[in-house]
Write a protein of this length. Structure first.
Lengths: 295, 335
């Protein structure tokens, strides 16, 4: 594009990087659950949407800032994740015929159900949270303007990935998680309750996307279909990084964010996602199980 | 998989196939009587959509059900059919019949071109790639000025004619065309699933490695399934465009259509001859009724009912609704 200054390019790349870190956080729960039990949650976007509404509702009733309320939303989402496992996924795993298809369509049905519930209780109106600490504020770094909500999101994302790394490598729960994904049959022999690990895995996955939801709620419109907007990006991110790879989700998130930003320099805004999707396809055709996938 | 084959040698098998065929022709003939019983436009519209999606879902079933490759991007081929038919008719005066055929061929060729890289992907990687490719298609059409971009294409008003497939008030002709499409996809499936291809597909679905080692060319099998599947999806799209006389990117290519092509088969029974029809007969009227009676104000009740149904059936009837009957038949024969 003509008239693009070096500063303009840095601006776009920095925005892309910040958004990419948030994409990583949105996607990592999906990847974690898949790595644990080979299930793709097609209601992942709806979980994000619910977290955004939860943030909105709590802000509305308490008047506190979304940043303060984030732990509460994360706790609610953890409970929701465990419930979804106990109420839906547990039964989907028992299917004797067409197990893969049962998982896909059980979670798709759940996604439609959640969307319907959101439309029924919250109406299809677009909502925003106003007067937050960070909303609308930008940081001026020598002429590069970075929005504070996105900086906050990127920082939360990096901290979370650090925390996840410690959780998986240093704690008993992390070891149980790793062991279960390595060999579901053998863990029972050493006294690990597979069902409990799966339930906690779903709780953790939902909590992670919930945390991303508390950040998005600060600067994005909240409506019943908002999940779909980010869900496809999340699937692309997870497939690009490799299903089940947590580190892959972070790297792929950054790649997706940067690719999206770069596309806007070349193509009209309405084709913003085409660049990302094409890049994802090219990578997948070269590496069918993603950058860091084990298959 | 497929029908429970309870036979005594080849003659039993042939007799069973003949019986299936006679039952099917009788069912088609009975359905053909419906427009003589009612001229209610609303009812006929719902039934036309039901037949259309029974046909579309049958086409999805060939790749998804028999061959086991769960595509969630068939809206791409549906859209190609709708756009090919509309562009050829509106800009070049080609009759919709020719447009549907052309759309089908274009979609088949594209499916083969996309299948080449996509069939290297397994399981969820494949499904997600199909969603993404359809989404790319949608965005490209959105920006395609020649095809009306976001405004879409309006068919000119013309007098009722079988040639142009335009009927302003009488919906019965659309009903017969939809029935014809459903009958053709059913018959194609019927004949092909017991052919060499059908056996290959089921082998590819159940045990790809074993199939490969026994000399089944997995890749060729998938390519054959996707070409047939895409062809009928596009023909259905062309019909839909003629039926609505107006298309835009969302109304023919949104993700919803990919889902709507897969769901009837999943609900009715994947990899079965009547599954997609049974599923469509439940799903489409339910979707239309809940939309017109509950969803008018965007209340979300329609989505709730729909979602709950899909979830419950997937969880409780993994073999679909025809699975219930099949088990009963097997039990009766066993006792």
């Amino acid at each position: 594009m003509t008239g693009m200054t070096a500063q303009g390019v840095v601006q776009i790349l920095a925005s892309g990087l910040l958004m990419g870190l948030l994409y990583g956080l949105i996607a990592v729960g999906l990847s974690l659950i898949f790595g644990l039990m080979d299930v793709v949650n097609f209601a992942h976007g709806e979980m994000l949407m619910l977290a955004m509404y939860a943030t909105f509702g709590l802000v509305f009733f308490t008047g506190l800032d979304p940043i303060i309320l984030a732990p509460l939303v994360v706790a609610i989402m953890f409970a929701l994740g465990v419930s979804v496992y106990a109420g839906v996924i547990r039964y989907a795993l028992r299917a004797k015929a067409n197990p893969g298809m049962v998982q896909v369509f059980a979670t798709f049905g759940l996604a439609l159900l959640i969307q319907g519930l959101a439309q029924y209780f919250f109406t299809p109106d677009f909502r925003t949270i106003s007067n937050t600490w960070l909303g609308g504020k930008t940081l001026n770094l020598g002429g590069i303007f970075l929005p504070w909500p996105q900086i906050y999101g990127a920082a939360i994302s990096l901290l979370t990935f650090g925390g996840l790394y410690l959780l998986i490598t240093k704690t008993d729960f992390g070891k149980a998680l790793e062991a279960t994904r390595e060999d579901q049959g053998a863990v029972a022999l050493v006294g690990i309750d597979r069902n409990r690990v799966f339930a906690l895995g779903w709780g953790l996955g939902a909590a992670l996307v919930g945390l991303a939801g508390t950040v998005l709620a600060i600067f994005y419109y909240i409506h019943p279909q908002v999940g779909a907007t980010f869900a496809l990006i999340a699937y692309v991110t997870v497939a690009l990084g490799g299903f089940g790879s947590i580190f892959g989700a972070l790297v792929a998130g950054i790649i997706v964010g940067l690719a999206e930003a770069l596309t806007t320099m070349i193509l009209p805004p309405s084709l913003k996602s085409v660049g990302v999707y094409s890049l994802y396809l090219v990578v997948l055709f070269i590496r069918p199980s993603g950058l860091f996938g084990r298959l | 998989m497929g029908e429970p084959v309870i036979t005594s040698g080849t003659s039993g098998f042939v007799a069973k196939r003949l019986r299936q065929l006679i039952v099917a022709v009788a069912v088609f003939a009975l359905i053909a009587l419906v427009p003589r019983l009612t001229a209610n436009v609303y009812l006929l519209n719902v039934l036309i959509l039901t037949l259309l999606f029974a046909a579309l879902s049958q086409s999805w079933n060939i790749l998804g059900g028999y061959c086991g490759q769960v595509s969630l991007g068939n809206a791409l081929y549906f859209g190609i059919g709708a756009y090919a038919t509309s562009i050829l008719y509106v800009k070049f005066g080609v009759l919709p019949w020719g447009g549907m055929l052309a759309g089908g061929i274009i979609a088949s060729l594209l499916a083969l071109a996309l299948g080449y890289p996509c069939f290297r992907l397994k399981g969820h990687y494949f499904s997600i790639a199909t969603i993404v490719i359809a989404e790319i298609g949608l965005q490209l059409v959105h920006n395609w000025e020649y095809a009306g971009a976001a405004q879409g294409i309006q068919w000119p008003i013309s007098k009722d004619s079988w040639w142009t497939l335009q009927f302003a008030r009488d919906k019965a002709p659309y009903f017969y065309v939809a029935l014809g499409m459903f009958a053709i996809t059913w018959l194609v499936t019927f004949f092909i699933v017991e052919s060499r291809w059908g056996y290959w597909w089921r082998a590819v679905k159940d045990h790809p490695e074993a199939a490969e080692s026994l000399g089944v060319t997995v890749f060729t099998s998938k390519m054959g399934a996707t070409a047939i599947s895409a062809f009928f999806a596009a023909v259905g799209g062309g019909f839909y465009a003629a039926f609505l006389s107006y298309i835009d990117p969302e109304s023919v290519m949104q993700f919803q259509f990919s889902l709507l092509m897969a769901l009837p088969a999943v609900l009715g029974g994947v990899g079965s001859l009547w599954g997609p029809a049974v599923g469509a007969l439940i799903l489409i009227p339910l979707a239309e009724l809940t939309r017109s009676y509950l969803g008018g104000s965007g209340s979300g009740l329609d989505l709730m009912i729909y979602g709950a149904l899909v979830m419950v059936v997937a969880l409780t009837q993994p073999e679909g609704i025809v699975g219930i009957f099949r088990r009963r038949i097997v039990r009766n024969v066993a006792s």
